[in-house]
Design a protein around this ligand. Structure first.
Ligand code: NAP
Length: 283
């Protein structure tokens, strides 16, 4: 199968490339090769490649930055997605698109279903929701995968930040009143690979299973890494950031499982593997 990945240089994009390259022809498009905000170029490029499927891992993902760079956020996360969708429609190929738990308000305490009420709190969440809407409006063959709290080898992320901070801090403040499911990008990439031969189009929630707070996740990271540092619980309000975040954004993965796709392992197993790999690299 010939697969075109938009945003191939990102954290998930690189793991997708690693996951798919052995069994498929992967065309890895960075923003330099295919700026998704440039409609003409997108249409021309997709037409020239003639992929069997397009995976969109490109997005403007700086959640706090989106509050300031609102135009850019809409240009990439809504208009760019629209351009890719139209290219997929014109070439009659499926689009696999990645969305986020931040499309939810996060004021409930049960795992969110695909059709639950939406209500993004941040500009990032709003632009990602508009991205979802433009796909549904313009094409039939789509998978929208909402995922959450990503981390992997190839990008800045929460576990890496914690490990870095522990090098020169004895005490680290971490938010305890935001609950979610940390998700390991190589695991997510495996899940995405399962969609390639499927026509069970629609919206799916896909994260590593089980949930935690940032605070408990940080404590687990230090326990696995065998690092002695004091983790102090603070509220999201105390920990000033530009964008508001949902306080509870666990995603219910039942639809994924009920459609015959393989559930992802617990975040506890994934983070163990990740920390051990980072430690191995260090030695
Ligand atoms: N990170 C998370 O915690 C999280 C949580 C839930 C959902 N998601 C979603 O998961 C997906 C992957 O996230 P990620 O963390 O892997 O993202 P990332 O590491 O920030 O990578 C995003 C990629 O998007 C590309 N990009 C940005 N603007 C572009 C443009 N105009 N044209 C083409 N490419 C452009 C960048 O390409 P260049 O590097 O080539 O400039 C970058 O490599 C995104 O859809 C994100 O919204 C992420």
């Amino acid at each position: 199968m010939k697969i075109l990945i938009a945003g191939s240089n990102g954290m998930l994009g690189q793991d997708l490339n690693n996951e798919l390259a052995d069994d498929h022809i992967v065309i890895a498009a960075t923003s330099k090769i295919m700026d998704i905000t440039n409609k003409k170029k997108v249409l021309k490029y997709v037409e020239s490649i003639k992929p069997d499927v397009l995976i969109n891992a490109a997005a403007y993902t700086d959640v706090d930055g989106c509050e300031v760079n609102v135009e850019k956020a809409y240009a990439v996360n809504r208009d760019g997605v629209e351009n890719l969708t139209i290219a997929c429609r014109e070439n009659d190929i499926p689009l696999i698109h990645i969305s986020t738990d931040y499309v939810f308000k996060g004021n409930s305490n049960t795992p969110r279903l695909e059709n639950d009420e939406l209500g993004p709190l941040s500009i990032y969440g709003k632009t990602k929701l508009e991205g979802e809407r433009t796909i549904m409006k313009n094409h039939d063959k789509y998978f929208i995968l909402r995922t959450a709290w990503l981390y992997g080898y190839n990008g800045g992320n929460f576990p890496k930040t914690m490990l870095e901070l522990s090098k020169n801090h004895d005490k680290i403040n971490v938010v305890y009143d935001e609950i979610g499911s940390p998700t390991y990008t190589p695991d997510l990439a495996k899940g995405i690979a399962e969609l390639l031969n499927s026509d069970k189009y629609g919206i799916y929630h896909l994260t590593n299973s089980d949930s935690t707070s940032w605070y408990d996740f940080a404590k687990l990271i230090f326990k696995i890494a065998d690092i002695d540092v004091e983790v102090k619980p603070v509220t999201a309000n105390e920990f000033a950031r530009a964008a508001p975040r949902p306080s509870y954004s666990v995603l219910n993965n039942e639809k994924w499982k009920n459609n015959g796709f393989t559930p992802l392992r617990s975040y506890k197993d994934a983070i163990k593997e990740y920390i051990h790999l980072l430690k191995k690299e260090e030695n």
